[in-house]
Design a protein around this ligand. Structure first.
Ligand SMILES: [Zn+2]
Length: 288
C-alpha cells in the first residue's frame, strides 16, 4: 500500500466552473443554465483516473447539478463512490438565513437520495463557509439528517477559514461529526494541505510533504479535495475578472491531472465514510 498505513479521504466537489464562489460577482445565477456545461465530461475523466487505481472517493455533489444530470449521480453510485451533498444552489452558508440554509441542504439531500437510491450522509458547505459567525449551521446540518460535515478549513484566508478551529475530526453535535479539510502545523500556524488552488499553485513535492506530515507526524488521515473544473484547461475563460481572481482560478489547470495522478499513486485513498464513520470516533468529545 502506498504512503504507509494511513488511508486518507479523497473528495471531489461536483460543481461547474461557472458556479465557483470567486466568480459569483461576474456570473449571475440566472445565467447558469445558458453556460456551456462541462461537469459531466470532467467527472468522466476523474472516474477513469480513479478506476485505473481502484480508488473509491466521496463526491460532494451540488443539487443543481444532480437535478440536471441525474445520470452523472447514478454513474458515481455504479462506480462504487460515495454520493454526498454540496447543498443545492452553492450559496455560502454565512450569506443565508438559518431557514434558507436549512431548506437548501434538506432539498439537496432529498434530491441526491432520490436519484442515487442511497442514504446521503455527508455535507460540505460551499467555500467552507461555516465558522464563528454561524455555528447554527451545524444545528441545521444535524436536523437535516446528515451524519458528517466537512465544512471548516482551519486556516487564515480572505474568503474562508477559521484559523484556530480544531484540525481533526470531532463531534460538533450529538450524532454529527465535523471533518475539517487538512492542514499541516508548521511554526505554530496551520498551512493548507488539502487541495484546491494551493495544490495547483505549489510544486507537487511540497503538497506531498505537507500531506505526509499529516499522516506521519500527526498520525491522522488527511482529507483532500478538488473540483472537476480544475482538470479542465479547455473551459471558457470568464472576462472582466480581477487579475487576482484570474490567477487563482486558472493557474496550472493544464498540469493538475498529472499532479493528481502522482497524488493518487503516492498515498492510500478511500471514501470519507470508509475512513471516518468507523467505530474509532465513537465517544469523541462534543465541542460546540
Ligand atoms: Zn463548491
Amino acid at each position: 500500500m502506498p504512503g504507509g498505513q494511513v488511508t486518507n479521504a479523497l473528495t471531489i466537489d461536483v460543481e461547474d466552473y461557472f458556479q465557483v464562489s470567486a466568480l459569483a460577482p461576474y456570473i449571475a445565477r440566472g445565467e447558469w443554465d445558458s453556460r456551456e456545461c462541462r461537469v459531466e465530461a470532467n467527472v468522466e475523466r476523474i472516474l477513469l483516473m480513479l478506476d485505473e487505481k481502484r480508488i473509491r472517493a466521496t463526491f460532494f455533489t451540488l443539487g443543481w447539478i444532480a437535478e440536471r444530470y441525474p445520470a452523472l449521480v447514478r454513474r458515481l453510485v455504479d462506480c462504487g463512490h460515495e454520493v454526498a451533498s454540496h447543498g443545492y444552489g452553492h450559496q455560502r452558508a454565512n450569506e443565508l438565513s438559518e431557514s434558507d440554509f436549512l431548506s437548501d441542504i434538506v432539498m439537496a439531500k432529498k434530491l441526491l437520495e432520490d436519484i442515487s437510491g442511497c442514504e446521503v450522509r455527508g455535507y460540505r458547505a460551499p467555500s467552507f463557509s461555516i465558522g464563528e459567525s454561524n455555528p447554527w449551521a451545524f444545528d441545521c446540518i444535524e436536523r437535516a439528517g446528515y451524519r458528517y460535515s466537512s465544512s471548516v478549513y482551519p486556516i487564515r484566508h480572505d474568503h474562508y477559514g477559521v484559523p484556530d478551529a480544531p484540525r481533526f475530526a470531532h463531534q460538533v453535535r450529538p450524532g454529527l461529526l465535523e471533518l475539517p479539510v487538512s492542514t499541516a502545523r508548521i511554526l505554530e500556524r496551520n498551512w493548507p494541505a488539502s487541495g484546491g488552488g494551493y495544490f495547483r499553485l505549489l510544486p507537487y513535492g511540497v503538497s506531498r510533504w505537507l500531506l505526509r506530515r499529516v499522516n506521519e507526524l500527526d498520525g491522522r488521515p488527511a482529507i483532500f479535495y478538488f473540483h472537476p473544473w480544475e482538470i479542465d484547461d479547455g473551459q471558457p475563460r470568464i472576462g472582466g475578472i480581477t487579475p487576482r481572481t484570474r490567477f487563482r482560478h486558472y493557474v496550472n489547470l493544464r498540469h493538475t491531472e498529472a499532479k493528481l495522478r502522482r497524488l493518487l499513486a503516492d498515498f492510500s485513498w478511500a471514501r470519507v465514510d470508509e475512513v471516518f464513520l468507523g467505530p474509532t470516533l465513537r465517544g469523541a468529545a462534543v465541542t460546540a
